[in-house]
Design a protein around this ligand. Structure first.
Ligand SMILES: NC(=O)c1ccc[n+]([C@@H]2O[C@H](COP(=O)([O-])OP(=O)(O)OC[C@H]3O[C@@H](n4cnc5c(N)ncnc54)[C@H](O)[C@@H]3O)[C@@H](O)[C@H]2O)c1
Length: 363
């Protein structure tokens, strides 16, 4: 694997993703910022800090520069957003202040939105600690929080200045969270990289100690970086950044109807990937044997292919129609024309989608 950082190419907003010698790089960058008269702050969650109590100190952060929030999705809220702003304002942080997110997607999304908002925008850095945040949420600049009315309803595009991917941090990640991150890894193979998909199939399993893991994480980041460079704000009329939502229209509906917390996001994505495959087969874009191929790999990585318990079909359909990714009231899905190649498809028949939900266990 290359030891060079991977660049996300966004002209003046381009930034590196570091994969090698990450702890040292982070420490050096923090020292450089301080030497330039910049201050540093970090936002993290209690569980991450408990699992890695010395990581930030070793990188040069002092205790009073770190805000520890409760772990979990409810932290991505207006309440904790406000607490983060008060943390910065209370210490009279000015525009020279830089903000680091040390945590999973929850902390990354929240801290990114805090950085985008405080003093109309301060520099932001990501130190992802979950597999999901390493391969997905830390790259691409989508930041935001939830409202009681729905997930990710408030946010901003705010690119980090650098991302530090230290896969050693994953050794403390609970196996269920690791599996959830694998859903996004499988997704990249399905939407853009058949070889990655095949390599995953050939693996006996994967965990935080697997020697193959760092290269797999880097491959996923490379795909995300290319897609984001091409369509940073998801404005392409077709294809583009929306392709990263393969399986997610189904997944968001499951999370919404089951109630957040019932399924981890990645678990809902596992079901969503299977349904997106079935949809592609029904549209005659994929051969029927790919249903078996996808269901096998999803199960191989301890993810569900079907609902654990029946959910109400009508509620799932309502949630899908509300999805903010839909265009002009029409259902829009990401489908595959082959494993490794995805497209956006509009105008899908509602009855076809209902049949798919029933096959997945909806009533
Ligand atoms: N911005 C984006 O592009 C994007 C993309 C995908 C998902 N997301 C968002 O990401 C969030 C989900 O992220 P997530 O799955 O990383 O969840 P998370 O941040 O809640 O982390 C999952 C759990 O693992 C714990 N944890 C994190 N790192 C750990 C470690 N190294 N060791 C031990 N425990 C650790 C956390 O404390 C938490 O309890 C959602 O809010 C989702 O909307 C954003």
């Amino acid at each position: 694997m290359s030891t060079q950082p991977l660049m996300v190419q966004l002209t003046e907003r381009s930034y590196p993703i570091h994969f090698s010698g990450v702890a040292e790089q982070l420490k050096a960058d923090v020292a450089t910022l301080r030497a330039a008269g910049r201050s540093v702050r970090a936002i993290s969650d209690a569980r991450v800090l408990n699992a890695h109590p010395h990581y930030l100190a070793q990188a040069g952060f002092q205790d009073n520069e770190v805000l520890a929030l409760p772990a979990g999705e409810p932290t991505k809220s207006v309440e904790f957003f406000s607490q983060c702003l008060s943390f910065l304002a209370g210490q009279a942080a000015n525009r020279d202040c830089t903000l680091f997110a040390f945590g999973g997607g929850v902390i990354g999304d929240l801290a990114g939105y805090v950085a985008a908002s405080y003093l109309r925008g301060i520099d932001f850095y990501q130190i992802p600690t979950t597999l999901l945040s390493m391969v997905d949420s830390s790259v691409g600049g989508k930041t935001g929080i939830n409202l009681p009315e729905g997930k990710n309803l408030v946010g901003a595009f705010w690119q980090p200045k650098a991302v530090y991917v230290d896969s050693e941090l994953l050794q403390t990640l609970p196996p269920r969270e690791f599996a959830a991150g694998m859903a996004e890894v499988i997704k990249y193979g399905m939407l853009a990289d058949r070889e990655l998909f095949n390599d995953l199939v050939a693996l006996d399993g994967l965990n935080a100690r697997s020697p193959e893991l760092p290269a797999i994480v880097r491959r996923c980041c490379a795909i995300k970086a290319l897609v984001v460079a091409d369509d940073e704000k998801e404005t392409a009329r077709s294809g583009g950044r929306a392709l990263l939502n393969l399986g997610h229209t189904f997944a968001h509906a499951i999370e919404n109807v089951a109630g957040y917390g019932q399924y981890l996001h990645g678990e809902a994505v596992g079901i969503g990937l299977c349904l997106a495959t079935r949809l592609s087969v029904a549209l005659k874009q994929l051969p029927i044997r790919d249903i078996v191929n996808v269901e096998r790999i999803v199960s191989q990585f301890q993810l569900p292919c079907r609902l654990n318990e029946a959910l109400r079909l009508e509620e799932l359909m309502t949630a899908m129609l509300r999805d903010k990714k839909n265009r002009g009231g029409q259902l829009r899905f990401v489908t595959m024309t082959e494993i490794g190649s995805a497209v956006t498809t509009d105008g899908i028949e509602i009855n076809l989608v209902k049949d798919l939900w029933r096959e997945a266990g909806a009533e």
